[in-house]
Design a protein around this ligand. Sequence first.
Ligand code: SF4
Length: 94
Amino acid sequence: MEFSERTIKIIIDEEKCDGCQTHACVAACKLYSRGILVLKDGKPAVEDSAEDLARKGTECLACEYACWFKGNSAITIEAPIEGLAEYQAKHGTA
Ligand code: SF4
């Protein structure tokens, strides 16, 4: 599943959630953000509309870190940086 906040996209590979005992992503979202990630049928889910997710998401990345350290590395967050490709091309760091 995937959803977007204002400038980032959160992608969760739910197959990796099978057997996860911690659900650390949901706890981290509740502790460090606004609890937009909820547990549904044993897996992380969102219940807000796309508009509310964009408004309520704090882009804190806590779910991704929590899953790395206590879950099964199921979360990838895409955080595009405007102008980065041009900067890398200019400085030969691409
Ligand atoms: S911590 Fe990771 S593996 Fe566990 S439920 Fe959350 S996203 Fe899935």
